[in-house]
Ligand binder design. Structure first.
Ligand code: 5GP
Length: 191
């Protein structure tokens, strides 16, 4: 594997934790039919595995957003390019995120969704970069705490690349990753 990255969470640990989250959600939402919302594109890989670990009738819908600059520049204001095509009033809504960093994007989306009067509104994030939080936001479900490092793989990109890597990789040297001529290969599975 390139020295520009190292494995943060391997695929076996990812699969195990996603199953645990699925079990917790199944118990917590028993008797209900939650609506899972995912933000394109990064959260889709996690969502696809998570829903298969939830043993409940549920719905999946998508949002697409575009940011005005990075989260801090934009103060989390985003433009909603694709909105949820279902009325969430009175529904149990779970916003499924790849990563909560400053929390600004998530807080903005929660404020938009809360205004539509769901019965409940919670966040499930694969990664929580809590050390970088600017706004108070505590996701109900967290896959892994994340160091203050740039992470790629399992849906997370750098300039649209690397989403297909099956492990979560921590970038040690972004410049050399970007300069690398050859594609970053999927590293072998960790035991
Ligand atoms: P926030 O508004 O919480 O600061 O930003 C969250 C968004 O920033 C995530 O949905 C993701 O698009 C992006 N982001 C934050 N940290 C990382 C990271 O380590 N890797 C990647 N690929 N995206 C990140």
């Amino acid at each position: 594997m390139s020295e520009a990255v190292r494995v943060l969470v391997g695929r076996a640990d990812l699969a195990r934790r996603v199953r645990e989250l699925g079990r917790a959600i199944t118990e917590d939402y028993a008797g209900r039919q939650p609506v899972l919302l995912s933000v394109l594109k990064g959260g889709v890989w996690f969502l696809a595995d998570l829903v298969r670990a939830i043993d409940l009738p549920l719905e999946v819908h998508f949002l697409a957003i575009s940011r005005y600059g990075d989260a801090e520049e934009s103060q989390g204001r985003v433009q909603i390019l694709l909105d949820v095509d279902v009325d969430i009033a009175g529904r149990d809504v779970l916003l499924v995120e790849d990563i909560v960093d400053t929390g600004l994007t998530c807080r903005y989306l929660l404020s938009v969704l809360a205004a539509r009067d769901p019965a409940s509104l919670e966040v499930c994030t694969l990664l929580d970069k809590a050390a970088r939080r600017i706004v108070p936001l505590v996701p109900r479900y967290v896959g892994f705490q994340c160091p203050d490092r740039f992470v790629i793989g399992y849906g997370l990109d750098d300039r649209e690349r690397y989403r297909n890597l099956p492990d979560l990789l921590q970038v040690e040297d972004l410049a050399s990753l970007r300069a690398a001529a050859e594609p970053l290969e999927a590293p072998p599975a960790r035991a």
